[in-house]
Design a protein around this ligand. Structure first.
Ligand code: C2E
Ligand code: CA
Ligand code: CA
Length: 656
């Protein structure tokens, strides 16, 4: 009778193994097309998929052979079955290696786990072979029926599951929680499938149950989803690509497109521009890959050797760009170049390109040269120094210099206020001006530490000027809008002034207009808070941005600083002159004092004085000087002088 064979065959259907084989191939396709990070985990993962595929094949063949053999020569079945088990155990062993690698375990933790797993691996495979050969294990009778014998597979499966689950639970804090939960869940599903098939005396789903963990790992740890509409991958992947090609010594062509209007948070490329970018990324360079750096910034990378005619292709892409620009009229900055070892090694193309953006005019293309690298190195050096200054928090840090520009008080015909201006004095490169470090300090979150230092130095300078019996009404310090977001801002400022022992009203704060609604609210609270303590506020750079008069009026500024661009505009034609004079007159009417910045000559002085000026500042009076030299400008303190000062005071009193 054939019942044994019948029963055994009934409990196996090839559907599950065929599915596993298909899924493995799909995974290979995905891996080949989706730019995964090629690290150790990745290679272990690929081997896991490979063993799964082999196991599925063996399982399939061994059952296939089993139903075909009629003459009782079962050797090939025994061999296939042993291989099938060996592949599954290799798979499980690699899972352990994968997890140990993923968790970055220290050597003393890693070794016992790997040794235990290795022993389990060797024992179960040896026992499987020995019992099969000796006839103590799985055996087929001449009539086709089988004897299960000692089930070493189940033992191995349980042992590995225990190891994997124990490691995942014991070191659960080493991994992002969500990923951990996903792994627990997936293992639970796999074990459940195993139990279910046991209950139903099934054997088709053994290999399939391993597939779930493979899919979970692929999705959780190796997927770098495309932005399907744009065809771009994220920035992390750019770093991996650079790294990989640098090691392989592949030269790259790098093209960057930046559309500042699309770059704000929550923005992005409009649909039509996405279509154009996707098209550009596909047609001009062979094998090019697009990376999205931020909402309005993409970088296209292609291998040079795949595009030997790259000069030609570059010209084509540039020529194709202009008609698109005509159509969309969006501001842009384009940077084009080839990989440079120095930048690749440090993997810093994004900051390299951003640094180039800083100095290039809008709507231009820039071809990278070695000068850009030199400049970038300087930028990096400055950034490191600024980071170090911020870290040390030394209020007397000698690298931070307090310079200063005295401000001319028209009615008095003399100086008693000034603006503090920062410079850095760095080893090797010497004096660095604000345009080279203020933006980068702001971008990297160091600006507040710098402000604290210059404020301290300004306070100390005021203290010594007062000590010399000079009449210092106040000195204003520049503060970045970003700083106001720090909760400790007001306390920090007051703390530093109080500690120096000078009266609070000797310090004023210059600040530019906020760009966003939330900053505006914070600004309003902070100004009101500090004004109560006696600190005056200057609105800096009026006339440079898109001024929102309503907002300006809502903030209790004392002095409005008209930017040099308005001083220049007022001299150019009558209309502009009337406009500037009108604005200044209005501010004066409303009780603000007007200060003109960038007064360079006598013409400027006369014009500004006629345009409701209260204060004048500029090269005509003094270039910025070290703060100690202010004593040359300030007059000795006299009681009468201070009293008359009150009469011509610029204390703000809103008339509305
Ligand atoms: P700002 O606050 O508008 O400072 C005035 C700038 O105009 C100074 O440049 C000054 O040297 C320059 N200037 C003064 N008079 C004239 C003139 O007659 N003609 C012309 N063409 N320019 C004149 P500086 O010192 O290079 O500072 C540039 C900017 O850097 C400042 O602009 C300010 O925004 C920023 N900055 C300087 N020091 C600090 C600081 O301590 N903290 C912060 N957050 N920013 C600072
Ligand atoms: Ca200023
Ligand atoms: Ca200014």
């Amino acid at each position: 009778m054939q019942t044994g064979e019948q029963m055994f065959f009934d409990n196996y259907t090839p559907a599950a193994d065929i599915t596993v084989i298909a899924v493995c191939f799909v995974i290979f396709i995905l891996v080949m097309t989706s730019y995964m990070k090629k690290n150790t985990s990745f290679y272990i993962f690929i081997n896991i998929v490979g063993f799964l595929l082999l196991a599925a094949f063996c399982d399939l063949f061994y059952h296939y052979r089993y139903t075909r053999i009629t003459d009782g020569s079962y050797t090939s079945i025994y061999v296939l079955r042993c291989f099938y088990h060996a592949f599954l155990f290799s798979n499980m062993l690699l899972f352990v290696v994968y997890i140990v690698n993923l968790l970055h375990l220290e050597k003393f933790r890693k070794v016992p786990i790997l040794v235990t797993s290795g022993i389990i691996y060797i024992v179960v495979i040896s026992v499987d072979i020995v019992t099969t050969v000796s006839g103590k294990g799985f055996r087929l009778n001449k009539d086709g029926t089988h004897v299960s014998g000692l089930n070493i597979f189940l033992f191995g499966y349980l042992a590995f599951t225990i190891v994997i689950v124990t490691v995942l639970i014991r070191f659960r804090d080493r991994l992002y929680k969500r990923i951990m939960y996903a792994l627990y869940g997936t293992i639970a599903v796999s074990v459940m499938i195993h139990v279910m098939q046991g209950i139903h005396s099934q054997s088709s789903f053994t290999v399939a149950s391993f597939m779930f963990l493979v899919i979970a790992i692929l999705y959780l740890l190796h997927s770098n989803p495309y932005n399907a509409e744009l065809g771009a991958i994220d920035i992390k992947t750019l770093e991996d690509t650079i790294n990989y090609n640098y090691k392989k010594k592949n030269e790259l062509l790098i093209m960057s497109l930046y559309l500042p209007d699309c770059d704000a948070e929550g923005k992005g490329f409009p649909k039509k521009i996405q279509d154009v970018i996707r098209h550009f990324a596909e047609v001009f360079f062979k094998g090019a890959v697009l990376f999205q750096v931020s909402n309005g910034h993409v970088i296209l990378v292609a291998k040079k050797k795949l595009n030997p005619d790259h000069e030609n292709r570059k010209n084509k892409i540039i020529n194709a760009f202009y008609p698109e620009y005509e159509k969309f009229q969006m501001d842009y900055k384009i940077v084009m170049g080839e990989s440079i070892d120095e930048i690749s090694r440090k993997n810093e193309y994004v900051s390299f390109i951003r640094n180039i953006h800083r100095k290039m005019p809008m709507n231009t293309m820039h071809m990278v040269t070695y000068d850009d690298v030199t400049e970038f190195n300087r930028y990096e050096f400055i950034l490191n120094e600024v980071a170090d200054i911020a870290k040390k928090q030394d209020p007397d840090d000698p690298r931070v210099l307090a310079y200063c520009q005295p401000v001319y008080h028209i009615k008095r015909g003399a100086y008693n206020t000034a603006e503090a201006l920062m410079r850095l004095e760095l080893p090797k490169i010497g004096m660095v001006f604000p345009d080279q470090f203020i933006p980068l300090a702001e971008e990297n979150g160091y600006i507040h530490e710098l402000t604290k230092i210059i404020l301290h130095k300004t306070c100390m300078a005021i203290k010594s000027l007062i000590g010399e019996n000079l009449w210092v009404k106040r000195i204003s310090v520049n503060v970045s809008v970003l700083e106001l977001r720090e909760n400790s801002f007001a306390d920090d400022i007051c703390g530093i002034i109080e500690k120096s022992g000078i009266p609070v009203e000797k310090i004023a704060i210059e600040i530019t207009e906020s760009q966003t609604e939330s900053d505006f609210m914070i600004m309003k609270d902070t100004i009101e808070n500090l004004k109560e303590k006696g600190i005056k506020f200057y609105l800096d750079d009026f006339g440079t941005g898109y001024s929102n008069m309503e907002r300006i009026m809502e903030l209790p500024f004392d002095i409005i600083k008209f930017d040099r661009s308005l001083v220049i505009a007022s001299s150019q034609d009558e209309r502009s002159g009337k406009m500037v004079a009108g604005l200044a007159g209005m501010f004066k009417e409303l009780g603000y004092s007007v200060l003109y910045e960038g007064v360079e000559n006598e013409n400027d002085e006369i014009r500004c004085t006629e345009m409701s000026a209260f204060y004048l500042q500029g090269y005509k009076y003094s270039r910025p000087i070290p703060i100690g030299e202010l004593r040359r400008f300030f007059s000795p303190y006299q009681k009468e002088l201070a009293a008359s000062e009150e009469e011509i005071s610029d204390d703000h009193n809103h008339k509305l």
